[in-house]
Design a protein around this ligand. Structure first.
Ligand code: 5GP
Length: 140
């Protein structure tokens, strides 16, 4: 599959559409999922033009997963979760809906149901509040 430079994450990376950003470095941008499966559901997005896991050099992938490893425990702490689900979909048949490589960080609280993947849009004010809570923990 050819990489589409007009996919929604490419537009967020270029600043053409807004997102509740949590973290950014030279290679990676992290922001809240607009249809969160749980509170704090975040997306760790590479700045490489890669459709999926099989479309990126191992070195660049290593940088991406390192950000997942660094941020997941902090996001978990910020929202008071008990565990973290890391998800990554490759191809439409596997459930991928945005064809720009990313990992999902989904904090899990015991007894709180996980909503369906790419289900319902969250209120912007709720996302803003969650993002603020997470940024505070990330700042340390
Ligand atoms: P995928 O199915 O490709 O693994 O995940 C794409 C994710 O992007 C979904 O969880 C979906 O809710 C999220 N998403 C789709 N459009 C937008 C958007 O415009 N902004 C943000 N922040 N997330 C989006």
């Amino acid at each position: 599959m050819a990489y589409d430079p007009n996919n929604i994450f490419a537009k967020i990376l270029r600043g053409e559409i807004p997102a509740h950003k949590l973290y950014e470095d030279e290679d990676t941008l992290v922001f809240l999922d607009i249809m969160p499966r749980t509170e704090g559901h975040a997306l760790v997005v590479t700045k490489e033009k890669a459709c999926d896991l099989f479309d990126i050099e191992p070195e660049a992938l290593a940088k991406l997963i390192a950000v997942v490893q660094k941020l997941a425990p902090k996001i978990k702490e910020a929202v008071g979760a008990d565990g973290v689900l890391i998800q990554q979909f490759n191809g439409e048949a596997a459930g991928q809906t945005v064809f720009h490589l990313h990992f999902h960080i989904v904090p899990i609280r015991r007894g709180v149901p996980v909503k369906p993947h790419a289900g319902q849009m969250e209120d912007q004010a709720v996302l803003a509040k969650t993002a603020e809570k997470i940024r505070k923990v990330l700042k340390g």
